[in-house]
Design a protein around this ligand. Structure first.
Ligand SMILES: Cc1cc2nc3c(=O)[nH]c(=O)nc-3n(C[C@H](O)[C@H](O)[C@H](O)COP(=O)(O)O)c2cc1C
Length: 190
């Protein structure tokens, strides 16, 4: 089982990264291989809408640090996306990646029954940290962003949310969240 983990926070030891680490460590102990990318440390641009991936290439034409990330996700069985909530959405670091996944779509994807260039059956684990304690707030972030991954053939999606965590490392004291990270890893690896 190959897991690719994308850390979307500029805080490499932030709350979303801590939860992602617990998930990945648990899965690794159960035999998974894990490749982690800290998006904030990479240099890349957002989608340039050049349409090369729809007209002459089957991948993104941009050559930058996201090239390896996009290739790795193609090979992954599980994609872990960990993000802080910034202004009610994913971080800009993560949004840049999501826009570049446009290259996973075939030409005329709007009319194709299988619009994806990725092999089917991948799983998505979405980890979201937010300062707001009320879980009804920003509950739309996962369904809105996760919906696009269904296009790419991600069959199962799992959500792990940490609400009411603001300071660095605060989530470590949130046993229920850390436990859910472990349980989700065990479930996926079983
Ligand atoms: C620029 C910025 C914007 C933020 N916007 C929100 C927000 O809209 N809603 C919220 O609940 N928390 C917001 N927060 C708080 C973070 O989501 C919270 O601190 C979270 O734990 C950060 O995750 P991280 O430790 O993985 O970076 C914001 C923090 C920053 C720095």
């Amino acid at each position: 089982m190959k897991i690719v983990c994308l850390l979307g926070s500029p805080r490499s030891n932030g709350n979303s990264a801590i939860v992602a680490k617990r998930f990945c460590d648990t899965a690794e102990k159960l035999g998974a291989t894990v490749q982690t990318f800290t998006l904030n440390k990479l240099n890349y641009r957002g989608c340039q809408a050049c349409m090369a991936c729809k007209t002459k290439l089957d991948k993104c034409a941009l050559q930058d640090d996201l090239t390896e990330v996009l290739d790795s996700v193609r090979e992954a069985d599980v994609l872990v996306i960990a993000t802080p909530t910034y202004y009610g959405d994913v971080s800009s670091q993560l949004k840049g990646f999501i826009d570049r996944t446009y290259s996973y779509l075939v030409p005329d994807f709007h009319t194709k029954s299988n619009p994806s260039r990725l092999s089917p059956g991948k799983k998505l684990v979405f980890i979201q940290a937010q300062g707001q304690a009320d879980a009804t707030k920003y509950a739309d972030v996962f369904p809105r962003n996760g919906a696009f991954f269904k296009w790419y053939g991600f069959a199962d999606k799992y959500l792990i949310r940490a609400c009411g965590v603001r300071n660095l490392g605060e989530v470590e004291g949130r046993e229920e969240v850390m436990k859910l990270a472990e349980e989700t890893a065990k479930r996926i690896m079983s």
